[in-house]
Unconditional design. Structure first.
Length: 368
């Protein structure tokens, strides 16, 4: 496409603005990148019993996840194999069968055809050859991910060691359920928001609460781990935190860490083994819905979590909205030329080496 910057002086430069403003590139991502990468679908607790289901959308494709009689979570395209009517809406329970509301064709919970009115009268009709279109599904720390590419490598190959590490940092992660959500619509390309999350070069200047009350910026670093960007740092002021922490609870009780799973999801752990997540859902070339999730064991109410949700929304989330929307406007300014990235060989908080890695993934993604 002629958009990759090549520099004879060896300086690494940012992507061409078209990556963030071109509708053609965005449509290419929807048809390629989002169809061939692992995407967050929901949480296993949304479908705890046989027949329970929830619907969701990825890159314009309507899908639903349902638990079968063996307790397995399966994902299918939300379309009847008869005449293309949507099978289910929202969330609920299908009891024993998935029944299309148009002509009552029905399917077992594993997607196999059961019966349709008067189909026995059709010469040569065989229900054995009919089944719902299934989608690759993995349950990762009780979070459900799907990949529309049947040939895609498993999540462990994409994000090596991430699931094991999350269990170490959040020992009760498999017992957690969603408690609170913060949703904001950012008027920027999804990659602008993801890049902002994937560097802390701006943290000291723009995130005072985070940089002085949670992390030690001088220890902050981000390194690739497969298609995962792994954030690590030491924490500060643990004795002055706004909530109590049992530092003896486990080896990571006093740590902050983050695992960004390319391209649109991140797990983040605060001191006290508090889990929260980011989910980026592009809605247009210059719009992305960012959802912050917060969790507790069995989803039980927590004053502590609520206070963190409010603090996070009023500080980091609000601060980032203004940054990314200003940057998006700048990408359309004729006076902008791709600038140099600050790449420190030693890494660290004042280096943009993670952006260099991320932008290469973005180039590769546009080629899918």
């Amino acid at each position: 496409m002629g958009l990759i910057e090549t520099c004879d002086d060896g300086v690494v430069r940012t992507l061409d603005p078209a990556y963030y403003t071109s509708d053609a590139i965005y449509q290419q991502e929807c048809a390629g990148l989002f169809m061939r990468t692992w995407q967050y679908a929901g949480h296993a607790s949304q479908a705890p019993n046989p027949g329970d289901y929830f619907t969701f959308e990825i890159a314009g494709q309507q899908l639903f996840c349902i638990r079968d009689d063996q307790g397995q979570l399966n994902t299918f395209y939300n379309v009847c194999q008869h005449r293309a009517h949507e099978l289910v809406q929202g969330s609920g329970n299908c009891r024993k069968l998935i029944v299309c509301p148009y002509h009552a064709w029905s399917y077992h919970l594993d997607g196999q055809f059961f019966k349709g009115p008067n189909t026995d009268s059709v010469p040569g009709f065989s229900g054995e050859a009919i089944s719902l279109s299934k989608v690759r599904t993995e349950v990762f720390c009780s979070f459900v991910f799907v990949n529309l590419d049947d040939a895609a490598a498993p999540m462990e190959a994409w994000y090596p060691a991430a699931e094991h590490e999350l269990h170490a940092y959040v020992p009760d992660i498999d017992s957690l359920e969603p408690l609170e959500w913060t949703q904001v619509l950012e008027k920027c390309n999804w990659k602008v928001s993801v890049e902002n999350y994937s560097e802390c070069y701006h943290c000291r200047i723009n995130h005072k609460t985070f940089a002085t009350g949670v992390i030690k910026p001088e220890t902050y670093d981000i390194q690739p781990q497969g298609y995962c960007l792994r954030h690590t740092t030491e924490c500060q002021n643990l004795d002055q935190m706004s909530y109590s922490i049992d530092l003896d609870a486990n080896a990571h009780a006093g740590d902050y860490s983050s695992w960004f799973l390319w391209p649109t999801f991140s797990f983040q752990v605060y001191p006290g083994n508090v889990l929260n997540t980011y989910h980026w859902q592009p809605t247009d070339v210059e719009a992305v819905q960012v959802t912050r999730g917060w969790y507790t064991v069995d989803g039980k109410p927590s004053d502590l979590i609520h206070e963190l949700v409010v603090q996070d929304r009023e500080t980091t989330v609000e601060e980032d909205i203004h940054l990314v929307e200003s940057q998006q406007r700048g990408f359309k300014n004729r006076g902008y030329r791709p600038g140099p990235l600050v790449i420190d060989p030693a890494g660290g908080v004042n280096s943009e080496h993670s952006i260099q890695v991320l932008q290469q993934w973005m180039r590769d993604g546009c080629a899918l």
